[in-house]
Write a protein that binds this ligand. Sequence first.
Ligand code: ADP
Length: 411
Amino acid sequence: MDDPVAFVKVKKKSHCIRALSLFLVACAYLCGSILSMKKVGILGGGQLGRMIMQAAANYPVETYLMENDPACPAAHLCHHFIKGDITNFDDVYQFGKGLDAVTIEIETVNEDALAKLESEGVNVYPRANTLRIIKNKIKQKQFYKDNEIPTADFVITQTLADLQQHASFLPAVHKLAEGGYDGRGVQVIRTKEDLAKGFDAPGILEKMVIIEKEISQIIAVNEKGETSLFPPVDMVFDPNLNLLHYQLSPATLPDKIFWKVEAIAMKLVRALKSPGLFAVEFFVTKDGEVFVNETAPRVHNSGHHTIEGNYCSQFDMLLRIMLSYPPGNTEPILPAAIVNLLGEKEHNGPAQYDGLDEVLQMDNVFVHIYGKRETKPGRKMGHVTILSKEKQELIHKARHITQVLKVRSNK
Ligand code: ADP
């Protein structure tokens, strides 16, 4: 090329073309990596959904959330919020269509829609059929019986009149088949006179167990059927509210009971035939008998300490399963206690957290506020995790935090 001006122009042009192609390659790469990001959906946006979202933030994943309340605890942590009713077939189906994996934070999700999604290739945790068994206490108890999973004896009742026929079965506990949670839907029936306090709806009447302690075992199952067990935890209940008061991890159990619990949990999840994460609640009696009380097919209040207390948290483990990553290490880093932050009695309205400064000055104490604007008596507003090598210190701090940290209404 003789003309130097033309030569410079051609050179500039070729630089532009090269820059443009580099830009296009970068765009294609970026789009490719965005497109290859798995899309994961969570049905329910309460504190459990919120903590799943917090764990999801560590992974290459695009998150979707469905909940009726756009101001729910998990809403601002997801990539895509879809307002909808988790009990409604169409809402759940439309939400899950096109996602890679879907999970639940509460059992009331429409399981027919989950079954349809499953048949169309969406990975659903837990499987729809497992949810169908667990969400109904009659089916759940029958399942334990059919699969020889130890559980307290029970009879099925359909109406209050039906319940009256079972005076010889007392003392017992009457439980609603569906819709009960956190002790609502559970009625102790000690005497013939108490029978009138039962539910006039389908349920089970379960023999009263003389409970020495209640423990929870969290167990995760991946798509290959590999199981990971978290150390069991001791659950200490508030007798007035029937809500978890505080909990200690790992539970103090004789080896024999510990092995029984593990073996039963493994047998149970194998029979459920579903990948996912499960919390199995047990009653342990003075004589060393172990009964399954109930199973939750999802992350659970009794596993919140795993966020700081274990190498892999229950939330991280669930995501690993949903994203087909290897399971994490469930070993504890340190023993832990959890205190639930419940709305104070007689306080309804915008929430304020009294005593937070004092608690935040304590060593190895981790506060989780769920971001619910309104408090109500007994409402779960947050939790606090305490870590220590010393069990006595855990108990002491748990009790102290219960005394100083209060959720009140500022109205
Ligand atoms: P929810 O599903 O509402 O948590 P549960 O079935 O777990 O209800 O019962 C709540 C609490 O009631 C249990 O944690 C336990 O303390 C007590 N309870 C339930 N069933 C029995 C039983 N068969 N015997 C004695 N206590 C029971």
